[in-house]
Design a protein around this ligand. Sequence first.
Ligand SMILES: C[S@@+](CC[C@H](N)C(=O)[O-])C[C@H]1O[C@@H](n2cnc3c(N)ncnc32)[C@H](O)[C@@H]1O
Length: 283
Amino acid sequence: MNALHPPTAQSAVALTLRNRIARAFGRSAGSYDKHADLQRQVADCLLAMLPVNVHSARILDLGCGTGYCSARLRQRFPASSVLALDLALPMLTVAARQLNAEADQAAANVQMLCADAQALPLKSNSVDLLVSSLALQWCSDPVAVFAGIRRVLRPGGIALVSTMGPATLQALREAWAAVDADSHGNEFLPASQLQQAAATAGLQMQLQRDVVVRHYSSLLALAHEMKALGANVVTSATNALTTPAAFKAAAAAFARLRQQDGIPVEWEIYFLILRKPMESGPP
Ligand SMILES: C[S@@+](CC[C@H](N)C(=O)[O-])C[C@H]1O[C@@H](n2cnc3c(N)ncnc32)[C@H](O)[C@@H]1O
């Protein structure tokens, strides 16, 4: 701890949360790929938004996880260098192993960096293209993420970012609302706040929205999937401990939403195209 700048209560909470998120994703590094169907679908849609003749010598995959986007970016831009960055070291270990196994001699190198997207340890104007799929919703300070993106992008550079919107996991929140008033599911920022954060950071933003519905057999099945993905950290400051009796009651409420194909759960996905203006002074 720095005696001159002791952490505020708020920054100490953010640090603890960041550590919990890093630990949860770190623990899931070995199981992530087997459960990441939605994440693959979203990443593929995001990568399909890449402009056709974009010039990208230096590419950053922010919150790379097991390296799915990095591998595709390396294929698409074989002469470029890709930097795969993640908060969770075990994710980078898996990514490095898989990328090395896939590597062909002509492919560009992928470098790994364990760091926080909210405090990018990279030079200003050093990135031509940034891709970040489903990591932003884990960052408590989206303005810091956008400010970092703007700083590291070269003028005219673009960032493609996918994240989750507020309708995500509404069925889970509804099931728990029948049990208690605590927060058991994460809240996601609305488009207006993302728009505002981008404008504050000095980035131009276009947003597209999509909704993916997946069906589950039970609340337990959903909880298992989230744990295997590392997505089981509740980010709200008011989250409560879950007793077996409370979980049983929530599972019963969740089961009442059952339809023919199972219990439907929505994920609201935002796809953001962020541009750093050519003529850009300080934000
Ligand atoms: C849902 S996974 C997505 C991984 C990958 N982009 C994909 O599409 O499969 C979210 C990733 O974001 C990382 N992450 C969460 N918070 C982060 C932060 N503050 N800085 C960097 N990475 C972060 C997690 O460790 C995890 O690997």
